[in-house]
Design a binder for this molecule. Sequence first.
Ligand SMILES: Cc1cc2nc3c(=O)[nH]c(=O)nc-3n(C[C@H](O)[C@H](O)[C@H](O)COP(=O)(O)OP(=O)(O)OC[C@H]3O[C@@H](n4cnc5c(N)ncnc54)[C@H](O)[C@@H]3O)c2cc1C
Length: 340
Amino acid sequence: MTAFSPSGLRDWCEALGQPTFVGSSGRVFPTAMKASPLLRTWMAGLTARGVRFRFHQTWTGWDHDGRLTFEGAGGACEAISAAAVVLALGGASWPRLGSDGRWSQIFTANGLAVTPLLPANVGFDVAWSPVFKSRFAGQPLKAVTLCFGETSVPGEILIAHTGIQGGGVYALSRNLRESLMAGRPTVLMLDLRPGLKTREIQDRLDRTRPGDSLANRLRKALRFGPLEIALLREAFGPTLQASPKPLADAIKAVPIRLSGVQSLERAISTAGGVPFDALTSDFMLKARPGTFLAGEMLDWEAPTGGYLLQACFATGKRAGEAALRHIRRGQGRGHDPDIP
Ligand SMILES: Cc1cc2nc3c(=O)[nH]c(=O)nc-3n(C[C@H](O)[C@H](O)[C@H](O)COP(=O)(O)OP(=O)(O)OC[C@H]3O[C@@H](n4cnc5c(N)ncnc54)[C@H](O)[C@@H]3O)c2cc1C
């Protein structure tokens, strides 16, 4: 990240006339609340400096002479030789937005290492009962703590027809994915009242009227909503006990049994990619000097919250500067003081 720090990225946006601000979550947003003005200004500046853009060209690999091959929208093919190349072809999540990960097959066919592409920041399947999912799919469960193994994160969950999604789930998605892929039973635990100790929950429940229904006691003592009440019943079934101590224990540890990882097509990002040991420290392919890589093609994963874009910008800057140095060296021009 030292190649392009978070504050460096914000300064760059500002210099392009698109200031940013830090939201209450600590995340950075463009003041315009959309990325398109930044992209437009950036592209206009690049065009003014002589950059030529060619759209609707699919990179299909290398020909026998090492030239890059492209297929245009009409099927026309073209081969181009380049002194240096930066590939930033993305991962394979949300392929309808363009990044379909087909480059990984091209790499493998050319003997280049690729760690299998897997879903990251992804939802998980849960076999909800028909009643539960018909009533609560689409509803968020806010301000809970999610625990898996030694790791616990505060966050939010979105109940989906097929399972669970949302920021809290994504934060644990690597550990959960690895557990499921290893074939282990994988149970996510939820603390529905992380701000209260078990004893405090028990005391509040103790003060409710014993004649009240369980739902009313939870509503009055702990401000539970219909989703939280139904989730307790869904998770514990007939074993859910109404007396304060076991009920408080249940509220602090609701088990959600996961049955599968949702597909890469619906993941926010991609794990896997080109491993770092196949690259120089400047992200150049050791096996193909002059070819640099950046962004999600590389084998890293990060949580949501801006870390993904930050890493893509930082690796892009480093790869781009290294590509320029590579060209200058090829032209026998040695070190250029303008390129770090
Ligand atoms: C719904 C969603 C929300 C997200 N929200 C956030 C967020 O809030 N914060 C955050 O940090 N990250 C977020 N991300 C992740 C972030 O968008 C990605 O990590 C980042 O865009 C990856 O950048 P990249 O340059 O590596 O690849 P991409 O942005 O995927 O760009 C790759 C480009 O290469 C093109 N391409 C692929 N193959 C070929 C080929 N063979 N020939 C020609 N072109 C090709 C693709 O069409 C695409 O234009 C989100 C992702 C999704 C899907």
